[in-house]
Design a protein around this ligand. Structure first.
Ligand SMILES: NC(=O)c1ccc[n+]([C@@H]2O[C@H](COP(=O)([O-])OP(=O)(O)OC[C@H]3O[C@@H](n4cnc5c(N)ncnc54)[C@H](OP(=O)(O)O)[C@@H]3O)[C@@H](O)[C@H]2O)c1
Length: 168
């Protein structure tokens, strides 16, 4: 990928196959999966083009549940979605926006970012995934399927009718 950021974004998400669960009480519904964590860290933290950055967009609760390893990554810019926070909660967060659309608009028009951004990743939670799935700028969903059902209180909105599977 070369040139300026084109305004699109990808989704990175892991979902239980059986019940579409993605979260429980602020955490993943399933026991820790180190191989999926390594995959997620590489996917969302490695720009395709040297010298560019990945942007990670998260809801406030997902951010608060993120580990220090996820928060502080060279080459990653963290953006939060929050209605109540007006300022970044700490130095690992670049900016806070009240809506996903505001964040996307800012990234697509900010001269400071346009030439820097490689990929923008939408990283949850529930409402933000739903909005992203239904957004015209959503290019790809990178989905980890967790086989079975785990008790969950957050779920992934339907995407199957909007996206075509291109790889497994
Ligand atoms: N399986 C996965 O791949 C995956 C990925 C991410 C998260 N998760 C799980 O999902 C859960 C967290 O997700 P969640 O849905 O509870 O919370 P969340 O989306 O991470 O955060 C919720 C907060 O984000 C802000 N927000 C969310 N949607 C918004 C919108 N449309 N407009 C403006 N602000 C918005 C609000 O912040 P304010 O209250 O500050 O206004 C809201 O209270 C956890 O269990 C986590 O482990 C799973």
């Amino acid at each position: 990928m070369t040139g300026a950021y084109d305004g699109t974004f990808n989704i990175c998400v892991a979902m239980c196959d059986g019940n579409r669960g993605i979260g429980l009480a602020g955490h993943h519904p399933w026991p820790s999966l180190p191989s999926d964590f390594r995959y997620y860290m590489t996917l969302t933290g490695t720009p395709n083009e040297k010298g560019k950055v990945s942007v990670n967009i998260k809801g406030r609760v997902t951010w608060e549940g993120s580990s220090e390893l996820e928060r502080h990554r060279p080459g990653v810019i963290n953006i939060l979605i929050s209605r109540k926070l007006k300022e970044p909660p700490d130095e690992a967060v670049e900016s806070v926006f009240p809506t996903l659309q505001d964040a996307v608009d800012y990234l697509s028009t900010s001269a400071a970012f346009l030439s820097m951004i490689d990929t923008v990743w939408i990283m949850g939670g529930e409402d933000i995934y739903r909005e992203a799935i239904n957004h015209p700028a959503c290019k790809r969903i990178y989905l980890t399927r967790i086989y079975g059902s785990f008790p969950s209180d957050r779920f992934l909105a339907g995407f199957e009718n909007k996206f075509q599977q291109i790889d497994q």
